[in-house]
Design a protein around this ligand. Structure first.
Ligand code: GRF
Length: 191
């Protein structure tokens, strides 16, 4: 299965995927970012699709079409979002139905959205965690594939708690992608 990874941030999850030997055919970033630089450093084909070139009123459908077109051109089978900062529109979820995965740093359905670590701290929960799920048009709402709890310690701030969650994400996402690929290949073989 040809895997593509979508990124926008520091790229430590992408790094963990590459370090664990996952074969990554393509990395797409929605902005220049350390994750893109990590892809280049690993020798992975990578591209930056800048949002700015899609107008002041961001043409989200046009941007989604561009990414979807590139994924199809590169014959990608499975897409893994790893800290990707752009909400994509319906076309990609039609053409890659059930084949787009995402990791989110909370125990969904708790704390969906853009500030899950901060929201967990503000709410004062003692346990949070991460969720690997199949991505769907509704953000952070797709079928859950794996979850793991992470303790919140007194004195934690967003940085310390997020890094503790990421340690789990780096391991759990790689394991879940491998299981997803194995299952998909077995289903394919059984046809
Ligand atoms: C992860 O916590 C992911 O759940 C969130 O963004 C973070 C990406 O981390 N959406 P990195 O860029 O791979 O270090």
């Amino acid at each position: 299965m040809r895997l593509a990874v979508l990124v926008s941030g520091t790229g430590t999850i992408l790094d963990a995927m590459a370090a664990d030997g996952l074969s990554i055919a393509l990395v797409i970033a929605d902005r220049p970012c350390p994750a893109f630089d990590r892809a280049i450093a690993h020798g992975i084909p990578a591209a930056v699709f800048r949002r700015e070139s899609f107008g002041d009123n961001f043409d989200r459908v046009g941007y989604t079409e561009k990414i979807t077109g590139e994924l199809e051109k590169q014959k990608i089978d499975l897409v893994a979002m790893a800290g990707f900062g752009t909400v994509l529109e319906k076309p990609i979820y039609g053409r890659f139905a059930g084949r787009i995965l995402n990791t989110h740093p909370s125990l969904l359905p708790a704390f969906p959205g853009w500030h899950p670590v901060e929201d967990a701290l503000v709410r004062g929960v003692r346990v949070t965690g991460c969720t690997i799920h199949v991505a769907e048009p509704e953000v952070d709402a797709g079928p859950i594939l794996a979850q793991e709890a992470v303790p919140v310690f007194l004195g934690d701030d967003v940085a310390t708690l997020h890094e503790r969650i990421k340690e789990v994400e780096r391991r759990l996402y790689v394991k879940t992608i491998r299981q997803f690929v194995e299952k998909s290949l077995a289903e394919e073989a059984a046809k």
